[in-house]
Design a protein around this ligand. Structure first.
Ligand code: NDP
Length: 399
């Protein structure tokens, strides 16, 4: 077999949980991947350590003050990595001609513009940042189509669906004989918690996910199941599947990462240990396979796989996500913005756990639906929803 050309990889969000998994896979396959750029927001020292270990050509950090701090740390260690900053720096490395692959792993709508810059530049884009698709699904997919970018999902469920669809799937479920997508969910840490006890949930409780080890925002989203709601929207855009053909299935072991149900009654699933290095390695090497560092699945020790229907009264955020998709236009952007504000307030102990869904519901009620046809329109909807959500958070408080 001939040796593939080295892929120059940009990791947007390198200091996060997905970023760490990606760097681990890259380090295991140095003959295939080289780190071209690493980015972070506030964790300057962590980014400096990553730069010294992986020697990227560029590093990007939030602002000029942080960039100067990073430059000093790198210079002291004789590093030649060039430091850029801000949204402009992120977009610059995402579309740099020498970068072949861009891993979009910034958390939240902040990741939209650099991910879109990579897509518009026709890169191979590995998408973890689901919020980008939630906020601007149509625009994003139109950009993929017109630029010829290769978009590969690394959210584990979407990666599983991608692997379970026919090789040349064209975002047309009818043509491929797809009846339904079965999107699995762990159910998070509060699947069986008495509803009254949810009032007392702390950020530490919500971030203690029973199966996955993830960043704090997505951990809270998993606890409310807003994560699954965002993933339904993500799947809708990635696979061209209407929301009524995407069914959420709670599967506490998180071994079946999702399934595709075909009209002939066949159901194709992808299974594996719950470790983000699997979908990351799959997408980096696609259509080939590389070692990810994840151990082989031991079905005998797992022994049992369970499946349950989600209860909307326990997980109101999931119902709100379906409502936002149904309303369409800029409503998913408003949903996402309200959720980001409410989760940040909860993590900051300014809002109670059960108030997260109330803030989102109140924001959606007051949101005006516009067409999501331009980036300006979605960013404006995002900004308006954040302002309303902040007011709603202020009315409620931490209890
Ligand atoms: P983390 O919180 O662990 O990491 C987020 C990364 O984004 C960090 O590098 C952070 O920098 C950077 N960042 C945060 N805010 C900004 C900003 N405003 N501008 C630029 N960079 C920013 O998140 P995760 O790795 O858990 O998740 C990343 C994305 O992947 C999310 O969209 C999540 O939904 C998705 N995802 C995550 C999975 C997981 O297992 N963790 C699984 C599937 C999807 P700094 O560290 O300096 O703050």
């Amino acid at each position: 077999m001939s040796t593939p050309a080295i892929q120059n990889v940009v990791i947007l969000g390198a200091t996060g949980s997905v970023g760490a998994s990606a760097l681990d896979v890259i380090s295991r396959n140095p003959e295939r991947y080289s780190v071209f750029a690493l980015t972070a927001h506030h964790q300057v020292e962590r980014l400096a350590r990553l730069c010294l270990r992986h020697s990227p050509r560029y590093a990007v950090i939030a602002d000029e003050a942080a960039a100067n701090h990073l430059r000093r740390l790198l210079r002291a260690a004789f590093s030649t990595t060039e430091v850029l900053c801000g949204a402009q720096g992120l977009c610059e490395v995402a579309r740099a001609p020498a970068a072949g692959t861009v891993l979009a792993a910034i958390v939240g709508a902040a990741g939209l513009e650099p991910a879109l810059a990579a897509v518009r530049a026709g890169k191979k884009v590995l998408l973890a940042n689901k919020e980008a698709l939630v906020v601007s699904g149509q625009l994003f997919m139109d950009a993929v189509e017109s630029s010829g970018a290769c978009l590969l999902p690394i959210d584990s469920e979407h990666n599983a669906i991608f692997q379970s669809l026919p090789a040349h799937y064209q975002r047309d479920p009818e043509a491929a004989g797809v009846r339904r997508i079965l999107l699995t969910a762990s159910g998070g840490p509060f699947r069986n918690t008495p509803l009254q006890a949810l009032e007392a949930v702390t950020p530490e409780d919500a971030c203690a996910h029973p199966v996955w080890n993830m960043g704090r925002k997505i951990s809270v989203d998993s606890a409310t199941m807003m994560n699954k709601g965002l993933e339904v929207i993500e799947a809708r855009w990635l696979f061209g599947t209407p929301a009524n053909r995407i069914e959420v299935v709670i599967h506490p072991q998180s071994v079946v990462h999702s399934m595709v149900d075909y009209v002939d009654g066949s159901v194709i699933a992808q299974l594996g240990n719950p470790d983000m290095r699997i979908p990351i390695a799959h997408a980096l090497a696609w259509p080939e396979r590389v070692h990810s560092g994840v151990s082989a699945l031991d079905l005998f020790s797992i022994a049992t796989l369970n499946f349950e229907r989600p209860a909307f009264e326990r997980f109101p955020c999931l119902a709100l996500a379906y409502q936002a998709i149904e309303a369409g236009g800029t409503m998913p952007a408003a949903l996402n913005a309200a959720n980001e504000e409410a989760v940040a307030a909860f993590l900051d102990r300014r809002l109670g756990f059960c108030r997260i869904s109330e803030v989102i519901a109140a924001t959606l009620e007051r949101a005006e639906r516009d067409e999501a046809s331009t980036l300006e329109a979605v960013l404006e909807a995002d900004a308006r929803a954040r302002e309303v959500a902040r007011g709603e958070i202020g009315k409620r408080g931490p209890s």
